[in-house]
Design a binder for this molecule. Sequence first.
Ligand SMILES: Nc1ncnc2c1ncn2[C@@H]1O[C@H](COP(=O)(O)OP(=O)(O)OP(=O)(O)O)[C@@H](O)[C@H]1O
Ligand SMILES: [Mg+2]
Length: 182
Amino acid sequence: MHFTVSDLVLDIVQNAAEAQSRVVTVILEESDTQFRFIVQDDGKGMTAEELQRALDPFHTDGIKHPHRKVGLGLPFLVQTAEQCGGGWDITSKKGQGTKVTAWFSLEHVDTPPLGDIPGLIRMILLLPGPQELVVQRTLNRARRQASYEVRKTELQDVLGDLEEAGSQVLLDQYLHSLEEEE
Ligand SMILES: Nc1ncnc2c1ncn2[C@@H]1O[C@H](COP(=O)(O)OP(=O)(O)OP(=O)(O)O)[C@@H](O)[C@H]1O
Ligand SMILES: [Mg+2]
């Protein structure tokens, strides 16, 4: 089974986008020793009981997405973070929204590769549902630093429909340039 931390992040952002949210904010922070992400939404939220059920691995049936290479969802995130010298925190209020935080030690042998961060951000921006998707990225490694923010509505103003092939090429180039600049 090969998966990346980016796959986990996308799954959590997908949950947020599916929760009738208007605004979803994603923070991706990376240092030499740790990767941390936060996904905050203003969607339907969960009661304590609903959250408990969502965290229960026996409620993930694997039927909804038989083509998936890994069983994802909240239980998988929790399990992976705990196995990788990291941790997690989830808070949710019914009718108000949800905040999922998870971190991974980049020095732990079991931590999967981070994957393609510009590719992850592109997929986040293309998720249907929320009016606004905000991604805040901070890369603070000894050899490389970057700090930038992208917003779906601002990119739509410049590029038009993000789904179009032409827009996708430009978006991809733009996201790579942000990640690679000093
Ligand atoms: N951000 C969120 N806001 C509200 N409810 C959520 C959120 N994240 C998860 N949930 C609830 O937890 C349930 C379980 O989430 P999980 O990602 O494990 O499975 P799923 O989204 O139902 O299915 P899949 O991820 O396989 O498409 C969801 O169906 C939803 O009811
Ligand atoms: Mg899900």
